[in-house]
Design a protein around this ligand. Structure first.
Ligand code: ADP
Ligand code: MG
Length: 472
């Protein structure tokens, strides 16, 4: 694939050759043609994969083909013309056609520098950065040139919008670069305000390390029929994380198995996920009594207590963290070798966040779900979401009393469609077949337990009131 084949104009192609770019990166291959066609984009791909050019090249291509702003006059020129006519010049707000929002000044400057490089042969098109910390007169000077492209951090931009220095009514392209980081930094309200000030007919492109959770919600709100581009890497496919499911008969079986697995020699530090804050506390207490250095982390704790717990985890003083989803989001501790799902998460997205707490910094990790027999559908949903099969594992001495329905096969090399028959290796059965149609509301693997007495014996079956999912 070449840049020519992506449909970019010759001025841009020449700039790319001069910049030493010989061929597009994978994210550019996908994003450039779609963006030239005017589509909204939601893109996740790793750092350094060339996302700046992925949004800037098609945007420059489109802007180069549109009419110049304000019939070719900048606000500066208009003020001069007004003076020449003997009128009192009135300040005219800048009317950019493209806005790039970035979380930090450094990133904004990088984007602007790259844009200058790509647009070197497009005389008319100018990009400027509007940043916190930059002297105000300097910013006014930049805005007075009425640049086609603004690259800004949200906070400072809001100031200028509110004082009438920028008018987004002519905006055609909106880019949110590193959207997840902007949200982490608390810019959500500013972003919403900025988006609301732009025309509904704009093209929107959002770049983020993840498209799940809060970012995903915002992304869906601000885009229209977006094309989703996800360039998977080993890290976000979780190839360095070994996943497995262990079936348990009841709570006491679950607790005994957890204790056993926590004593694994390869375990350095672990996170145990629970559905509720109360369980997090109870299990942490129980584990402490059992001799582990454990601590709970959940949303009912004061910020100070949470920070202290996280510090102890980072310093290795806490070996087992028992946490709820929200509290554990974003924990980045390289020595976490194991993640346990004491309870399965409510949403498959959360499963991915959870297991991502291990296997950090290029290391290997283990993600172990302790699942009771009635939760088959749940595991299946997770498998379908991650497009990965999760093998079932049995530990000698901790076997579940109930055994599964007709065992499903597992091939060590992985699952392939239709591959649900054949010899199962003991202790290594495939749990379910991702994507298999659900016929009767019960997962295939749970069918074997539907006989009389099933309900009575199983405290997790439907008669039991649903637990609430704490922290939500
Ligand atoms: P990201 O935003 O995905 O982290 P950047 O857009 O900052 O990545 O690009 C990373 C580096 O790769 C930059 O130095 C950029 O100039 C360079 N780069 C981008 N696309 C190409 C390409 N097609 N060929 C060569 N270098 C490229
Ligand atoms: Mg980038």
């Amino acid at each position: 694939m070449t840049f020519e084949a992506l449909g970019l104009n010759t001025s841009i192609l020449k700039a790319l050759t001069d910049a030493g770019y010989t061929k597009p990166t994978p994210v550019q291959e996908q994003a450039v043609p779609a963006a030239i066609a005017g589509k909204d984009l939601l893109v996740s791909s790793q750092t350094g994969s060339g996302k700046t050019a992925a949004f800037m090249l098609p945007s420059l291509h489109r802007l180069a083909a549109t009419e110049p702003t304000a019939a070719g006059r900048t606000p500066n020129q208009e003020m001069q013309a007004a003076r020449a006519r003997g009128e009192r010049p009135r300040f005219r707000p800048a009317q950019p056609k493209m806005l790039v929002l970035t979380p930090t000044r450094e990133l904004a400057l990088q984007v602007t520098t790259n844009t200058d490089k790509y647009s070197v042969n497009l005389r008319r098109i100018k990009a400027v950065s509007i940043l916190g910390g930059m002297p105000y007169p300097k910013q006014m000077q930049l805005l007075a040139k009425n640049p086609e492209i603004l690259v800004a951090t949200p906070g400072r931009l809001i100031d200028h919008m509110e004082s009438g220095k920028i008018d987004f009514s002519q905006l055609e392209i909106l880019v949110l670069d590193e959207a997840d980081r902007m949200l982490d930094m608390g810019f959500i309200d500013d972003i919403e305000k900025i988006v609301a000030a732009t025309p509904a007919g704009r093209q929107t492109m959002l770049f983020s390390a993840t498209l799940d959770g809060v970012v995903g919600n915002m992304a869906r709100r601000i885009t229209k029929e977006p094309q989703i581009i996800q360039i998977m890497t080993a890290a976000n496919k979780h190839e360095n994380i070994t996943q497995r499911v262990h079936f348990v008969d009841d709570l006491s079986h679950k607790n005994r198995l957890l204790d056993h697995l926590l004593r694994d020699e390869s375990l350095d530090q672990a996170v145990v996920f629970t559905a509720t804050k109360r369980d997090a506390d109870t299990i942490a207490d129980r584990l402490n009594i059992a001799g582990f250095s454990a601590a709970a982390l959940h949303g009912d704790m004061h910020q100070g207590a949470r920070n202290r717990t996280l510090d102890s985890l980072r310093r290795g003083q806490v070996k087992v963290l028992v946490a709820t989803d929200v509290a554990a989001r974003g924990i980045d501790v390289p020595n976490i070798t194991h993640v346990f799902n004491y309870d399965l998460p409510k949403f498959p997205e959360d499963y991915v966040h959870r297991i991502g707490r291990t296997g950090r910094a290029g290391r290997n990790g283990q993600a172990i779900s302790l699942v009771n027999h009635a939760e088959g559908m749940h595991v299946k949903r997770i498998e379908r979401f991650t497009k990965q099969m999760i093998p079932v594992n049995v530990v000698e001495g901790y076997e579940p009393k109930k055994t599964g329905a007709a065992p499903r096969s597992s091939r060590p090399g992985g699952w392939k469609p239709g591959d649900n028959r054949g010899g199962a290796k003991p202790g290594q059965r495939s749990f379910s077949k991702p994507g298999a149609p659900r016929r009767d509301g019960v997962s295939g693997s749970a069918e074997g337990y539907k006989g009389p007495g099933f309900k009575a014996n199983n405290p997790y079956n439907s008669d039991r009131p649903r637990r609430s999912y704490g922290d939500r």
